[in-house]
Design a protein around this ligand. Sequence first.
Ligand SMILES: [Zn+2]
Length: 285
Amino acid sequence: MSASPSQPRSTRPSEGLTVLPLASPTLPPATTTNTTFVGRRDVWVVDPAPPWEAPREALLAEVRTLAHTGRAARGIVLTHHHPDHVGAAAWLREQTGLPILAHPVTATLLRGRPTVDRLLEEGDVLVGSDADDDRWQVLHTPGHAPGHLCLWEPVRRLLVAGDMVAATGTIVIAPPDGHMATYLAQLERLAALGPARLVPAHGAVVEAPVERLRFYVRHRLEREGRVSGALEAEPLALMALTERSYPDVPRALHGLASGSALAHLIKLEEEGRARRLDDGRWVSA
Ligand SMILES: [Zn+2]
Protein backbone atom coordinates (compact mmCIF):
# COMPACT_ATOMS: atom_id res chain seq x y z
CA MET A 1 0.00 0.00 0.00
CA SER A 2 1.36 3.42 -0.89
CA ALA A 3 1.69 6.15 1.72
CA SER A 4 -1.33 8.45 1.97
CA PRO A 5 -1.28 11.90 3.57
CA SER A 6 -2.44 10.27 6.80
CA GLN A 7 0.56 7.93 6.78
CA PRO A 8 3.44 10.36 6.38
CA ARG A 9 6.99 9.05 6.09
CA SER A 10 9.70 10.66 8.16
CA THR A 11 13.33 10.92 7.08
CA ARG A 12 16.44 11.33 9.22
CA PRO A 13 19.03 13.42 7.37
CA SER A 14 21.40 13.41 10.39
CA GLU A 15 21.51 12.06 13.94
CA GLY A 16 18.93 13.86 16.08
CA LEU A 17 17.32 15.47 13.06
CA THR A 18 14.01 14.03 11.83
CA VAL A 19 11.86 15.53 9.10
CA LEU A 20 8.17 14.66 8.96
CA PRO A 21 6.18 16.07 6.00
CA LEU A 22 2.56 16.65 7.04
CA ALA A 23 -0.43 17.81 4.98
CA SER A 24 -0.97 21.56 5.36
CA PRO A 25 -2.88 24.41 3.70
CA THR A 26 0.22 25.66 1.87
CA LEU A 27 0.75 27.12 -1.58
CA PRO A 28 0.53 24.63 -4.50
CA PRO A 29 2.38 22.75 -5.89
CA ALA A 30 3.55 22.08 -2.31
CA THR A 31 0.97 20.15 -0.25
CA THR A 32 2.90 19.56 2.97
CA THR A 33 4.90 21.42 5.58
CA ASN A 34 7.84 19.65 7.21
CA THR A 35 7.66 19.36 10.96
CA THR A 36 11.32 19.03 11.92
CA PHE A 37 12.48 17.38 15.16
CA VAL A 38 15.79 18.84 16.28
CA GLY A 39 18.01 17.41 19.04
CA ARG A 40 19.40 14.01 20.09
CA ARG A 41 17.92 13.95 23.62
CA ASP A 42 15.99 17.18 24.16
CA VAL A 43 13.89 17.63 21.08
CA TRP A 44 12.57 20.86 19.60
CA VAL A 45 9.51 20.46 17.38
CA VAL A 46 9.75 22.98 14.55
CA ASP A 47 6.66 24.18 12.60
CA PRO A 48 3.80 21.87 13.58
CA ALA A 49 1.45 22.91 10.78
CA PRO A 50 -1.57 20.71 10.07
CA PRO A 51 -5.03 22.04 10.92
CA TRP A 52 -6.54 18.59 10.22
CA GLU A 53 -7.02 15.60 12.47
CA ALA A 54 -5.20 12.80 10.60
CA PRO A 55 -1.83 14.56 10.13
CA ARG A 56 -2.10 15.97 13.66
CA GLU A 57 -2.41 12.43 15.03
CA ALA A 58 0.69 11.43 13.03
CA LEU A 59 2.52 14.39 14.55
CA LEU A 60 1.45 13.49 18.08
CA ALA A 61 2.45 9.86 17.53
CA GLU A 62 5.95 11.01 16.49
CA VAL A 63 6.23 13.18 19.62
CA ARG A 64 5.10 10.31 21.88
CA THR A 65 7.46 7.84 20.17
CA LEU A 66 10.44 9.92 21.32
CA ALA A 67 10.07 8.47 24.83
CA HIS A 68 10.80 4.95 23.48
CA THR A 69 14.38 6.03 22.81
CA GLY A 70 14.88 8.04 25.99
CA ARG A 71 14.23 11.35 24.32
CA ALA A 72 11.67 14.05 25.15
CA ALA A 73 10.23 17.04 23.38
CA ARG A 74 11.08 20.33 25.13
CA GLY A 75 9.31 22.93 23.04
CA ILE A 76 7.49 23.92 19.89
CA VAL A 77 9.49 26.31 17.69
CA LEU A 78 7.80 28.46 15.03
CA THR A 79 10.02 29.67 12.18
CA HIS A 80 7.47 32.39 11.38
CA HIS A 81 3.80 33.34 11.66
CA HIS A 82 2.35 32.06 8.35
CA PRO A 83 -0.69 29.78 8.77
CA ASP A 84 0.96 26.85 6.96
CA HIS A 85 3.60 26.76 9.75
CA VAL A 86 1.61 27.24 12.95
CA GLY A 87 -1.69 25.39 12.36
CA ALA A 88 -1.11 22.66 14.94
CA ALA A 89 0.95 24.63 17.48
CA ALA A 90 -1.83 25.48 19.95
CA TRP A 91 -3.30 21.99 19.58
CA LEU A 92 0.06 20.32 20.23
CA ARG A 93 0.63 22.51 23.30
CA GLU A 94 -2.78 21.44 24.59
CA GLN A 95 -1.96 17.75 24.02
CA THR A 96 1.55 17.83 25.49
CA GLY A 97 1.99 20.92 27.66
CA LEU A 98 5.00 21.98 25.57
CA PRO A 99 5.75 25.72 25.41
CA ILE A 100 5.64 27.61 22.09
CA LEU A 101 8.80 29.54 21.15
CA ALA A 102 9.13 32.20 18.44
CA HIS A 103 10.72 35.53 17.60
CA PRO A 104 9.11 38.60 19.25
CA VAL A 105 7.97 39.92 15.85
CA THR A 106 6.29 36.58 15.12
CA ALA A 107 4.60 36.70 18.53
CA THR A 108 3.21 40.15 17.66
CA LEU A 109 2.06 39.13 14.18
CA LEU A 110 0.30 36.01 15.52
CA ARG A 111 -1.88 38.24 17.75
CA GLY A 112 -2.38 35.45 20.25
CA ARG A 113 -3.26 32.75 17.70
CA PRO A 114 -1.39 30.99 19.16
CA THR A 115 0.18 32.83 22.09
CA VAL A 116 3.97 32.51 22.33
CA ASP A 117 5.33 31.32 25.68
CA ARG A 118 9.03 32.06 25.21
CA LEU A 119 10.75 34.53 22.89
CA LEU A 120 13.69 33.50 20.74
CA GLU A 121 16.18 35.98 19.33
CA GLU A 122 19.34 35.97 17.27
CA GLY A 123 22.12 34.38 19.35
CA ASP A 124 19.91 32.16 21.48
CA VAL A 125 20.84 28.46 21.53
CA LEU A 126 18.52 25.46 21.69
CA VAL A 127 20.43 22.60 23.28
CA GLY A 128 19.70 19.10 21.96
CA SER A 129 22.11 17.24 24.28
CA ASP A 130 25.58 17.55 25.85
CA ALA A 131 27.23 16.84 22.50
CA ASP A 132 29.20 19.68 20.88
CA ASP A 133 27.39 19.12 17.60
CA ASP A 134 23.90 19.35 19.06
CA ARG A 135 23.68 23.03 19.95
CA TRP A 136 21.31 24.81 17.59
CA GLN A 137 21.90 28.53 17.15
CA VAL A 138 18.90 30.74 16.52
CA LEU A 139 19.37 32.98 13.47
CA HIS A 140 16.97 35.85 12.82
CA THR A 141 16.52 35.82 9.03
CA PRO A 142 13.85 38.34 7.98
CA GLY A 143 12.91 38.91 4.33
CA HIS A 144 10.17 36.35 3.71
CA ALA A 145 8.56 37.20 7.04
CA PRO A 146 9.89 39.83 9.47
CA GLY A 147 10.17 37.46 12.44
CA HIS A 148 11.60 34.51 10.50
CA LEU A 149 14.06 32.23 12.32
CA CYS A 150 16.44 29.52 11.13
CA LEU A 151 18.24 26.96 13.33
CA TRP A 152 21.93 26.42 12.64
CA GLU A 153 24.21 23.68 13.95
CA PRO A 154 27.72 24.81 13.01
CA VAL A 155 29.71 21.59 13.64
CA ARG A 156 27.77 19.34 11.27
CA ARG A 157 26.73 22.48 9.35
CA LEU A 158 23.02 21.68 9.40
CA LEU A 159 20.49 24.39 8.65
CA VAL A 160 16.78 24.23 9.40
CA ALA A 161 15.74 26.94 6.98
CA GLY A 162 11.94 27.34 7.26
CA ASP A 163 10.67 29.37 4.31
CA MET A 164 14.00 30.89 3.25
CA VAL A 165 14.29 28.16 0.59
CA ALA A 166 11.73 25.67 -0.76
CA ALA A 167 12.56 22.33 -2.35
CA THR A 168 8.97 22.16 -3.64
CA GLY A 169 7.19 25.30 -4.85
CA THR A 170 8.50 28.85 -4.57
CA ILE A 171 9.06 31.32 -1.76
CA VAL A 172 6.78 34.35 -1.95
CA ILE A 173 8.47 37.64 -1.11
CA ALA A 174 5.63 40.15 -0.99
CA PRO A 175 4.85 43.21 1.13
CA PRO A 176 3.89 43.71 3.87
CA ASP A 177 5.59 40.54 5.23
CA GLY A 178 8.27 40.31 2.58
CA HIS A 179 11.18 42.66 1.91
CA MET A 180 13.34 41.78 -1.09
CA ALA A 181 16.62 43.50 -0.19
CA THR A 182 16.50 41.99 3.31
CA TYR A 183 15.67 38.54 1.93
CA LEU A 184 18.59 38.61 -0.53
CA ALA A 185 20.98 39.78 2.20
CA GLN A 186 19.85 36.92 4.45
CA LEU A 187 20.25 34.36 1.62
CA GLU A 188 23.83 35.62 1.16
CA ARG A 189 24.39 35.34 4.89
CA LEU A 190 23.12 31.75 4.97
CA ALA A 191 25.26 30.82 1.95
CA ALA A 192 28.33 32.32 3.67
CA LEU A 193 27.80 29.98 6.65
CA GLY A 194 28.52 27.10 4.26
CA PRO A 195 25.73 24.69 5.23
CA ALA A 196 26.26 21.05 4.26
CA ARG A 197 22.57 20.17 4.43
CA LEU A 198 19.47 22.29 4.54
CA VAL A 199 16.00 21.29 5.74
CA PRO A 200 13.37 23.46 4.02
CA ALA A 201 9.82 23.77 5.30
CA HIS A 202 8.47 22.41 2.03
CA GLY A 203 9.98 19.50 0.11
CA ALA A 204 13.02 17.26 0.45
CA VAL A 205 16.29 17.97 2.26
CA VAL A 206 18.61 20.08 0.08
CA GLU A 207 21.98 18.34 -0.34
CA ALA A 208 23.88 21.21 -2.00
CA PRO A 209 22.51 24.19 -0.10
CA VAL A 210 25.20 26.76 -0.89
CA GLU A 211 24.59 26.35 -4.62
CA ARG A 212 20.84 26.49 -4.03
CA LEU A 213 21.07 29.65 -1.92
CA ARG A 214 23.26 31.35 -4.54
CA PHE A 215 20.90 30.21 -7.30
CA TYR A 216 18.02 31.83 -5.41
CA VAL A 217 19.89 35.15 -5.24
CA ARG A 218 20.80 34.97 -8.94
CA HIS A 219 17.24 34.08 -9.93
CA ARG A 220 15.77 37.03 -7.98
CA LEU A 221 18.30 39.44 -9.46
CA GLU A 222 17.47 38.19 -12.97
CA ARG A 223 13.82 38.92 -12.27
CA GLU A 224 14.75 42.34 -10.92
CA GLY A 225 16.54 42.96 -14.24
CA ARG A 226 13.32 42.19 -16.11
CA VAL A 227 11.32 44.51 -13.84
CA SER A 228 13.73 47.42 -14.25
CA GLY A 229 14.01 46.71 -18.01
CA ALA A 230 10.23 46.89 -18.43
CA LEU A 231 10.15 50.22 -16.58
CA GLU A 232 12.78 51.73 -18.85
CA ALA A 233 10.41 51.41 -21.83
CA GLU A 234 7.49 53.31 -20.28
CA PRO A 235 5.70 54.06 -17.00
CA LEU A 236 3.68 51.02 -15.94
CA ALA A 237 0.99 50.15 -13.43
CA LEU A 238 1.79 47.15 -11.22
CA MET A 239 -0.32 44.58 -13.12
CA ALA A 240 0.98 45.67 -16.55
CA LEU A 241 4.50 45.50 -15.19
CA THR A 242 3.81 42.02 -13.78
CA GLU A 243 2.59 40.80 -17.20
CA ARG A 244 5.80 42.00 -18.85
CA SER A 245 8.19 40.84 -16.15
CA TYR A 246 6.65 37.41 -15.50
CA PRO A 247 5.84 36.11 -19.04
CA ASP A 248 6.79 32.59 -17.89
CA VAL A 249 4.20 32.61 -15.07
CA PRO A 250 0.59 31.54 -15.91
CA ARG A 251 -1.87 34.44 -15.96
CA ALA A 252 -3.91 32.90 -13.13
CA LEU A 253 -0.88 33.41 -10.87
CA HIS A 254 -0.24 37.03 -11.84
CA GLY A 255 -2.09 38.27 -8.75
CA LEU A 256 0.43 36.39 -6.64
CA ALA A 257 3.35 37.41 -8.88
CA SER A 258 2.34 41.08 -8.55
CA GLY A 259 3.26 40.86 -4.86
CA SER A 260 6.77 39.79 -5.80
CA ALA A 261 6.91 42.46 -8.52
CA LEU A 262 6.02 45.07 -5.90
CA ALA A 263 8.78 43.75 -3.63
CA HIS A 264 11.25 44.21 -6.51
CA LEU A 265 9.91 47.74 -7.18
CA ILE A 266 10.32 48.70 -3.54
CA LYS A 267 13.91 47.46 -3.63
CA LEU A 268 14.57 49.50 -6.81
CA GLU A 269 12.93 52.53 -5.17
CA GLU A 270 15.12 52.13 -2.09
CA GLU A 271 18.16 52.07 -4.37
CA GLY A 272 16.99 55.22 -6.18
CA ARG A 273 16.41 53.27 -9.41
CA ALA A 274 12.59 53.53 -9.62
CA ARG A 275 9.86 55.78 -8.32
CA ARG A 276 6.09 55.79 -8.08
CA LEU A 277 4.10 58.47 -9.94
CA ASP A 278 1.10 60.23 -8.34
CA ASP A 279 -1.21 58.11 -10.53
CA GLY A 280 0.27 54.91 -9.05
CA ARG A 281 2.34 53.92 -12.09
CA TRP A 282 6.03 53.17 -11.71
CA VAL A 283 8.90 54.71 -13.72
CA SER A 284 12.66 54.40 -13.87
CA ALA A 285 14.41 56.99 -11.74
ZN1 LIG B 1 5.92 31.50 4.90
